[in-house]
Design a protein around this ligand. Sequence first.
Ligand code: TYM
Length: 321
Amino acid sequence: MRILSGIQPTGILHIGNYLGMMRPAIALQDLETNEAFYFIADYHALTTIDNPETLRANSRRVALDFLACGLKVDRGALFRQSDVPQVTELAWILSTVTPKALLERATSYKDKVARGLPASAGLFTYPVLMAADILIYDSDLVPVGKDQKQHLEMTRDMAQKFNETFGEGLKLPEPYIQTATETVPGIDGQKMSKSYGNTIDIFAEEKEMRKQVMSIVTDSTLVEAPKDPASSTIFQLYSLFASKEETEHMREKFQRGGSGYGEFKKELFAKLWEYFEPMRKRRAEILADPDYIDAVLERGARRANEIADTVMKRVRAAVGL
Ligand code: TYM
């Protein structure tokens, strides 16, 4: 099976990215029969970043962080989206069979414009490029968080429309969304997102990560009183990193009363810091070998280009180019 996913190099990765996409993506990559294609969506990031230095630096940083989190380079390809420029050709071809009304229904476009992003044509046609990203590798399964679900549905719609128009040609992918981590909450309880400023960052310095965790918004239940674990962001996040036993233990403490949120936050911080310890170590090792990331990206780009060229040959022939 071919697994594919992308991540935008918009800044520092947070535990929403990790739980929603990176952790499942890495787990899928470990299965014997899978080939994994993961890429840094730098073309997409141009819809929000207009500083070349920032884009370059962020792209390298995402590669570094993804590798540090356990991505295995011998089990697939890690590459930059822009190292496979054919994807923009496929996006153009797809755009000619994509109803404008389909794009007008995209909630992420509406959200972004509502948050003040300029409503560029690129932002509007973002889902078409994303569909091309997926379809150009004949992808079977796409691990993503729930916020990308609509984009996956649109991808299937576009592939179907293409196949209806030109005969079979594109493979319809399936989304892979894990229920427990489909929307990871941020420190204010909303979806964790860099643009909401509510993140806990995977590779933040100790002091910074502690500050982020201690800033989790809580209600005003008194220390002595029992607390509801189900509605607590602290408990939710803790359970996503802790063992079953640890989670049950914390649940009992919530329900028993006598412990304050501050204490639970300290436990969450300790858990997160411990969880990411091996990854921080690996990150430092990668950083000590400056050529490693470039070598990985180059190899990834070669493999991705092989597949993209094959699919584009099929697509060009199908449409009459
Ligand atoms: P991006 O860069 O916003 O996010 C990368 C991945 O992280 C997931 N994610 C979350 N999951 C759960 N809870 C959260 N709070 C949370 N925040 C982020 C996202 O769902 C995503 O899986 N459009 C994509 C990038 C992309 C792509 C693709 C993905 C471009 N082409 C092709 C898959 C296939 C995006 O902006 O993700």
